[in-house]
Design a protein around this ligand. Structure first.
Ligand SMILES: *Cc1c(COP(=O)(O)O)cnc(C)c1O
Length: 398
């Protein structure tokens, strides 16, 4: 049970930490080991390790069925799934990609790998998601692609972005890494825009150690992506395809398949953790838990809290105090992308909404290693920080 009596008991000033093992924001979910071995036996017995082996093929079928799309193309990572799909979809002769600034820290690098310039837009302060209205303001005559990115909790403005894409003729690609399990107006994420990209890194909803995939209904795009990931060009008319290797291998596919078998159960466990967070933070002053939209299907995986105006510590101080207690909270997508130094050019106008939001949100521990008791202890600590903030600020080493 939470047992800090005074500020001297805080780990940041020499007390014992709340936890002896870290609690993190990475999912690190582990499927049943027997299941993983059963799948692995298939490729092992066939001596098939990579290059369209039986498990990669099965995984792509399973994922296409899950997202209700015609095609799924797997990759070695979400990063390369995104880079190659951006490369395929960008309008020829155009140079800019519209994307939010308050998003995944490598998003601008993706554009740079494709030789495109990121053009940052705002997000909606209520949902933290990209909207058509904001995206539209960042469109120029040089726009090659709209990169619709789902926020960490719930979805972005899918309908609006699809309309904007139809009106302008600018292709729309979704980064749906954080919306794998979600529906949008009752329809599965995966089938919107020209294509959607996902990751199965160990920290994500489905753990394949490392992996990514693209879903689409576009046969030509699917065929081109499948060629590109395996060294590029087959036949003389595909000279524009640079050769590269971004294939997924069989053992990663085995892990992903075992994870997919466990997915409904994982979501039940996530839901229980989220309920504990709702209960634990219901009477916590200064903080607000971001609520999942339960009208849609959702994975309940990521837990985000807002430090409200009356929260008495800075986010940096809060993070420092929690880290000392082995609670590895992380800032929500901070710094914003337009605030970072890059070796390549970026484009943006004033982004006052993003700058007002960027210091206010925290990702809380979630996933496999977090118990309901951990959640109540974490909330108790947050209440303790709120109640003792003046003394804490005074005592904290600078
Ligand atoms: C993790 C992540 C990626 C990249 O996926 P990897 O498989 O780690 O390369 C892309 N977009 C978002 C939003 C992510 O969270």
């Amino acid at each position: 049970m939470f047992n800090k009596k005074g500020v001297s008991d805080l780990a940041a000033v020499g007390g014992a930490p709340v936890f002896d093992q870290i609690r993190s924001t990475s999912n690190l979910v582990r499927p049943d080991f027997g299941r993983f071995l059963e799948y692995s036996t298939i490729f092992y017995e066939q001596h098939r390790y990579t290059n369209d082996g039986p498990l990669v093929t099965l995984l792509e079928q399973r994922l296409a069925a899950f997202h209700q799309t015609r095609y799924c193309i797997s990759f070695c990572s979400g990063f390369w799934a995104l880079v190659l799909t951006m490369k395929c979809l960008a309008l020829p002769g155009k140079t800019e990609v519209v994307m939010p600034s308050l998003t995944y820290r490598r998003m601008a690098d993706l554009a740079a790998w494709v030789g495109l310039t990121p053009h940052f837009c705002e997000v909606d302060p209520a949902t933290l998601g990209m909207t058509a209205e904001h995206a539209e303001r960042s469109i120029t005559e040089r726009t090659a692609l709209l990169l619709g990115v789902h926020p960490i909790v719930n979805n972005c403005d899918v309908d609006g972005l699809e309309k904007l894409s139809a009106e302008t003729g600018i292709p729309l690609l979704f980064d749906s890494v954080e919306s794998v399990y979600e529906t949008y107006r009752g329809k599965k994420i995966g089938g919107f825009g020209r294509a959607e990209c996902f990751s199965m890194h160990a920290s994500k909803l489905v753990n394949a150690f490392e992996a990514g995939y693209v879903t689409t209904d576009d046969a030509e795009l699917a065929a081109r992506l499948a060629r590109m990931r395996g060294f590029g060009f087959y036949g003389e008319d595909n000279v524009e395809l640079l050769g590269m290797n971004a294939k997924l291998n069989e053992i990663h596919a085995a892990m992903a398949l075992a994870g997919l078998d466990d997915l409904p159960e994982q979501v039940d466990r996530n839901r229980a953790r989220y309920s504990a967070y709702q209960q634990a933070f219901s009477d916590s002053p200064g903080v607000r838990l971001l609520e999942f939209d339960e009208i849609e299907q959702t994975s309940f995986k990521n837990i985000v809290v807002e430090l409200k105006g009356d929260w008495p510590l800075s986010r940096a101080e809060t993070i420092k105090l929690l880290h000392a207690e082995k609670i590895l909270v992380r800032p929500y997508y901070a710094p914003a992308l337009h605030q970072k130094k890059t070796s390549y050019r970026t484009i943006f106008g004033p982004l006052p909404i993003t700058e007002a939001l960027v210091d206010n949100f925290l990702l809380m521990p979630c996933g496999h290693f977090v118990t309901e008791d951990d959640i109540f202890q974490t909330a108790a600590l947050m209440r303790f920080l709120f109640a003792n903030a003046t003394e804490i600020k005074h005592r904290m080493p600078q």
